[in-house]
Design a protein around this ligand. Structure first.
Ligand code: SF4
Length: 343
């Protein structure tokens, strides 16, 4: 067996994680949900979401027939909402085209929405015992440090090299333990800031340890200044209820409930007029709220208005009144929840 596999499989028995909720199953559905949630999100944050999600949607059939709003509500707070849309799309495909059974090979899995090569590898390994590699952020860090790779791992050439190494290091047996061990080693020993090299099973042959490069490797992504986008929103309140609008357009918040947007605040009267006819209101507050995403900042300019009369007309399509007390349960993006909490 290869050095890395041999060492980390032994290490995992005594020091790896054995009680994560998705480790107690070989059900590809649960493994898939956990892998999607774990993309960009830490294990400790994922655990409560995973448990709640599986309780509500215990099978792929249950998920495939679920209302998108309900799925979004269970995802609300995890961020990267495209993942939730993808899992709903994928669940429907699996039910309709695969008779509710997950494909068992990487080539078919990567054709499903939201499933990349690494996630497909993890599903194959954990659910079906397939000898397939993974390459998530933790694993990249371990390989980069172990082999002393100084280039940024996002470069196409480096990625290709890393995948080759991942293939070369695959063991011929114990693939589940090996895969989990790689993830655990990256998360608990070969950590981003302070790798615990003295307790690492790979220390003897690790290039970064030998050459004291742990603080330099993995190389950081070359810096780009991230742009700031702006949006004007209205917080419309009456009788302790807030008006929300469904986001239909393709964006990171597609499918979620958010605050209605307005081109300019001088149009508020006209905007209300178009919805319900003449609608008197008081302007309570104006302000800004900054939300920071991985690729840009979003400056949310808001006007908070309170309608002075109850509205007796129908709520137009795609709008919804939600009681303040129930806002935390609605499928609302976290920055909007924070804004509503803070005003
Ligand atoms: S010896 Fe240190 S740098 Fe090398 S793999 Fe182990 S924890 Fe990471």
């Amino acid at each position: 067996m290869q050095y890395i596999a041999e060492k980390i499989i032994v290490w995992h028995k005594s020091s790896g994680r054995h009680d994560l909720p998705w480790q107690k199953t070989q059900d590809p559905y649960r493994i898939w949900i956990s892998e999607i949630m774990l993309q960009q999100t830490q294990v400790s944050s994922v655990i409560p979401y995973f448990k709640k999600f599986i309780k509500e949607f215990p099978t792929v059939d249950k998920l495939a027939s679920a209302d998108e709003d309900l799925v979004m509500r269970h995802w609300s707070g995890l961020g990267y909402y495209r993942r939730a849309k993808f899992i709903l799309q994928t669940a429907k495909i699996i039910v309709d085209s695969y008779q509710s059974k997950f494909p068992i090979n990487v080539d078919e899995l990567i054709n499903l929405p939201g499933i990349g090569k690494s996630t497909a590898g993890a599903i194959c390994a954990f659910a079906f015992g397939g000898i397939e590699p993974i390459m998530d952020a933790n694993v990249k860090r371990v390989f980069c440090r172990f082999y002393g790779i100084r280039e940024w791992s996002g470069k196409a050439k480096t990625q290709k090299y890393l995948w080759n190494l991942a293939h070369e290091n695959l063991p011929s047996k114990d693939i589940k333990i090996y895969t989990q061990a790689l993830m655990d080693l990256g998360a608990t020993i070969c950590k981003g800031r302070q790798p615990d090299c003295l307790n690492c099973p790979l220390q003897r042959k690790c290039e970064s340890f030998k050459l004291n490069l742990c603080q330099v490797i993995p190389a950081k992504k070359p810096k780009k200044t991230i742009p700031t986008k702006q949006v004007n929103v209205l917080i419309v309140e009456v009788n302790d209820q807030i008006l929300l609008k469904k986001r239909r357009e393709a964006s990171v918040w597609e499918g979620l409930w958010s605050l209605p947007e307005i081109q300019e605040f001088s149009y508020i009267e006209k905007w209300l007029q178009d919805l319900w006819g003449a609608t008197p209101f008081n302007l309570v507050k104006q302000g800004q709220h900054l939300a920071i995403f991985s690729h840009y900042k979003l400056q949310i300019n808001f006007n908070y208005i309170v309608l002075t009369e109850r509205i007796n007309k129908n709520t137009p399509r795609d709008f919804l009144w939600v009681n303040r007390a129930e806002l935390s349960n609605a499928g609302i993006p976290t920055p909007v929840k924070r804004l509503l909490r803070d005003i």
